[in-house]
Design a protein. Structure first.
Length: 195
């Protein structure tokens, strides 16, 4: 909303397509409004009305049709096939590796039954970690993807961010994936007071 508000402040009027793209980003970033404030909802609605944008137009910008994307479907299946499952007390943690679609794969593992998931993607010059958490756990504060990612960032020296339900991190390529996996589990144990 900041960009749209700045445009208004400076007397600029963005075109409809630009507003549509920005609203799509807001919808995605707030987890379909699960992590938004009332103010965000009100402002979002005002821009929809002002630019005569319908919700299906916004959703169409962010929704990937799984059945139409063979690469995405393959990544999800490979993620499930390579998945390590860890039970930490009453929490099911899934960790896997894929080369692309990390965020989508992480989301699919939660839909499959994990409470929290971590997907490690090794690219040419970096390693990316995507994490997703079940809504009821992140909203209740029992598990926080953003906090775990923040702790990994401090320890391994990367950049990233997110919130309790979804977070991501980019690290140097030299980072050991095995150390990362081990540390993820240790951090969760520490946060939850487990040995």
């Amino acid at each position: 909303m900041v960009i749209l508000d700045l445009w208004k402040e400076f007397g600029m009027k963005p075109d409809r397509e630009t507003v549509l793209i920005l609203l799509s980003g807001i919808l995605s970033d707030t987890g379909n409004f699960r992590f938004s404030s009332a103010e965000t909802l009100i402002q979002f609605g005002k821009y929809m009305m002002e630019y005569e944008i319908r919700m299906h137009e916004i959703r169409d910008k962010i929704e990937v049709k799984d059945e139409d994307d063979l690469s995405l479907r393959m990544a999800k299946l490979k993620g499930a096939q390579r998945m390590e499952i860890h039970r930490l007390d009453d929490l099911i943690v899934a960790i896997t590796e894929v080369s692309s679609f990390g965020g989508e794969v992480a989301k699919s593992l939660v839909k499959l039954g994990a409470d929290i998931s971590f997907v490690i993607s090794e690219l040419k010059e970096e390693i990316r970690i995507s994490s997703r958490c079940r809504d009821e756990l992140s909203l209740s504060g029992r598990v926080n993807s953003g906090e775990i990612i923040r702790m990994l960032s401090v320890e391994f020296g990367g950049g990233g961010g997110g919130h309790s339900g979804a977070a991501g991190l980019i690290l140097r390529r030299e980072t050991s994936k095995e150390k990362l996996k081990k540390r993820i589990l240790e951090i969760i144990r520490e946060i939850r007071g487990l040995k």
